[in-house]
Design a protein around this ligand. Structure first.
Ligand code: PMP
Length: 389
């Protein structure tokens, strides 16, 4: 026995009290009860029929979610950042150019990832509470002739939504692929991959899909697939879409082992998608529009101001609010948690110290939740005193 060699004793783990708050930040969001149940379903071996059927059902629902007829649709093991890294590194090689339409933190993250892979990343910036005009994007495409343009659809750091209709065509005119981050937008606002000519899109589960973070759907157009088939560089092994496509049986003739996926996450993802399938996308988009319309009306009644000046630029899933001069954002967030048990967030990246970020999406996209948050915010504003003038 080696008991005498044990140098680290068994740790004493405190039985900590935890009261679950209502999750109304920009993510993670609360999960559907059916998804919490699905997480208890059995572990499967990655090479059995049940497992492949589960993947096939997920792929069918992802085609619906992204609105694409593409075959190259699957999910990456990891949170949204893993899908961001997979998408960029599978499509763009060292010394190729990625143009980044930059208005929030996710575009800065894309820049960071690209630079780590020796991609020539070129950000072009606008004020963070606005969105891009196609004239501006076209001028940059013309100037740089990039391999791809990176755009964030819904930006959870700023509360803006970028128009995308027709953007694919514009990119293709200049020989560029269009990559879109839909982590906080998909399911809550319209997104049409094929119709809008999007070449690569990724999303995540912990926002409108209302599941746990840890598995991230991606889809690639035929144009993107061709680019990958002709690439000279090797993306990271774990994120290699060509290998993952074999594991996910994207072409109907491979059932290859690449890595061990977390089967409870697969069950959970399918259940998230089923919750959207049963509501249908157009109805769920409308639910989000109605709920946020009601929420904003209530916020206006209490005198709150929006960070994003133009109503058409405001993202339905995440609202950014500016407090009257002199109020402390972090104190506001703390008061909401301690007195109403509602979790909202302060700013992030360019909005740090400049805004509150409130997410009402997925399972929480209801008038009741919107009212509870608006009541809490009104009460908090009344209770707090100014920290400075
Ligand atoms: N993109 C957007 C728009 C996001 O909101 C987030 C997460 N807040 C991410 C990417 C990164 O996702 P994750 O934290 O799941 O890695």
């Amino acid at each position: 026995m080696l008991a005498s060699k044990i140098i680290i004793p068994v740790p004493k783990i405190e039985n900590r009290k935890f009261t679950k708050p209502l999750l109304c930040g920009p993510g993670p969001c609360d999960v559907w009860p059916s998804v919490a149940e699905a997480l208890n379903k059995p572990i499967l071996s990655p090479m059995c029929d049940e497992y492949f059927n589960l993947m096939a059902d997920i792929r069918d629902s992802l085609k619906y979610l992204f609105q694409t007829k593409s075959k190259l649709v699957l999910a990456i093991s990891g949170s949204g950042h893993s899908a961001m890294e997979a998408t960029i590194t599978n499509l763009i090689g060292p010394n190729e150019t990625m143009l980044i339409a930059t208005r929030g933190i996710w575009d800065e993250r894309a820049l960071n990832i690209a630079q780590r892979h020796n991609i020539k990343a070129i950000p072009f910036r606008i004020p963070f509470n606005t969105t891009f005009s196609y004239e501006h994007i076209e001028a940059e495409l013309k100037k740089w002739k990039p391999t791809a343009l990176f755009v964030t659809h819904g930006d959870s750091s700023t509360g803006t939504v970028q128009k995308l209709d027709g953007l694919g065509e514009l990119c293709h005119k200049y020989g560029a692929l269009l990559i879109v981050d839909t982590v906080v937008s998909i399911g809550g606002v319209p997104f049409l991959m094929d119709e809008w000519g999007v070449d690569a899109v990724y999303t995540s589960t912990q926002k409108v899909l209302s599941g746990p973070a840890g598995i991230s759907p991606v889809a690639f157009s035929e144009r993107a697939e061709e680019k990958m088939n002709n690439r000279k560089h090797q993306p990271p092994f774990y994120l290699d879409i060509k290998l993952l496509a074999q594991q996910w049986n994207c072409y109907g003739n491979t059932r290859a082992y690449h890595h061990t996926l977390c089967s409870p996450m697969l069950w959970a993802l399918l259940q998230c998608l089923q919750e959207i399938n049963k509501r249908t996308l157009p109805k769920f988009w409308k639910t989000h529009a109605d709920v946020v319309g009601h929420f904003h009306k209530r916020l206006r009644q209490y005198g709150f101001n929006f960070l994003v000046p133009k109503a058409e630029d405001r993202l339905a899933t995440v609202t950014t609010v500016v407090l009257p001069q002199g109020y402390d954002y972090l104190k506001f967030v703390k008061y909401m948690r301690e007195n109403y048990n509602i979790l909202i967030f302060g700013g992030l990246g360019p909005t740090a110290g400049k805004a509150l970020r409130i997410g009402i999406m997925g399972v929480n996209a209801t008038i009741e939740v919107a009212d509870a948050v608006a009541d809490g915010m009104a009460g908090t504003l009344k209770a707090l005193t100014k920290s400075y003038n």
